[in-house]
Design a protein around this ligand. Structure first.
Ligand SMILES: [Zn+2]
Length: 303
């Protein structure tokens, strides 16, 4: 493709402004930026700049509104940061791309970093995460991951442990959501303490399907029905150990702990601390009819 210079017939103020209006009208809703003008106009934006004192002054003079052509008369670092802050406020949890902010500023995406340095640094100044977002995690998922780690290590997990298995939510998710690991842990504990389910809750309905306990498909019926807060409290109470054999993930990484209903949920056992206990996977599968026959809250026949 061959590029040809196009020119205006004459270069009076009025014809320059008319050209500005012509380009603005041709954009059909797209914003008029200097870069767009330079690719569509028959004069260069610098001509307008020189004639009218600035690009913004030319837009003013042509009567082009801010909504069509947003302008920052002095595009300084603060204007970029302000736009970023507005973006962050309007898009909670989302990281801003250079392109999005550049469009809002009415400039070319490269212009920001050319003038103000690395994009990561600019984002950091307003507290936005520079890393492109992968999956978004809900608070519940973040807390669930904390509980997994807490159970795995048998103690409060540290920040570095978010980076390796069994953690499935990385450190950035916590930083993005709570600003820091300490704050995330505080939010976790607060959610435990404020859980509405600290008292006995009647079981609404029996789960289905219920598999026979000796079949491979057997799973504790709807284990998620035990809230995170309750599971945490039971695990802490049982010191993150199987109450039958004493196995703990902290000592043996292959051990998986479950919070189990002593009197089965399928038979009306309740989601209460008294009816819940910590079991390793093996003991959970191996529990027999004796457990089925146990009374709610009773440990009889379990040891
Ligand atoms: Zn066990």
């Amino acid at each position: 493709m061959k590029f040809e210079l196009t020119t205006l017939d004459e270069y009076s103020d009025e014809s320059l402004l008319a050209e500005l209006r012509r380009v603005a009208d041709s954009l059909q809703g797209q914003r008029l930026t200097r870069e767009r003008f330079d690719s569509l106009g028959r004069v260069h934006s610098s001509t307008l700049h020189n004639r009218f004192g600035s690009w913004a002054a030319a837009l003013d003079k042509a009567g082009i509104s801010e909504s069509v052509a947003p302008r920052f008369r002095v595009l300084n670092r603060e204007a970029v940061l302000e736009t970023l802050r507005e973006f962050a406020a309007a898009n909670p949890g989302k990281s801003a791309t250079e392109k999005e902010i550049a469009e809002r500023l009415g400039m070319h995406r490269g212009a920001i970093t050319r003038r103000f340095g690395k994009w990561e640094t600019i984002l950091a100044e307003v507290g936005l995460d520079p890393v492109p977002l992968g999956r978004r995690y809900t608070d519940e998922e973040c807390f669930e991951n904390i509980l997994t780690l807490w159970t795995h290590y048998g103690r409060q997990p540290n920040f570095g442990e978010l980076k390796c298995p069994p953690s499935v939510v990385g450190p950035k998710a916590y930083i993005r959501r709570w600003g820091g690991w300490r704050a995330a842990l505080t939010a976790f504990v607060k959610s435990i303490n404020e859980s509405p389910e600290l008292q006995a809750q009647p079981v609404q309905s029996a789960p289905s399907p219920v598999f026979q306990k000796d079949t491979p498909q057997y799973a504790e019926p709807v284990p998620r029905s035990i809230s995170l807060a309750l599971r945490y409290r039971v695990l802490v109470r049982d010191k993150f150990r199987c109450v039958i054999c004493g196995a703990s993930p902290a000592k043996d990484g292959t051990v998986e702990l479950h919070v189990d209903h002593i009197f089965p949920w399928s038979r009306g056992g309740q989601n209460t601390e008294e009816n819940l206990r910590t079991l390793c996977f093996k003991c959970n599968l191996g529990k027999g009819d004796k457990v089925e026959n146990a009374q709610p809250g009773s440990q009889e026949g379990l040891r």
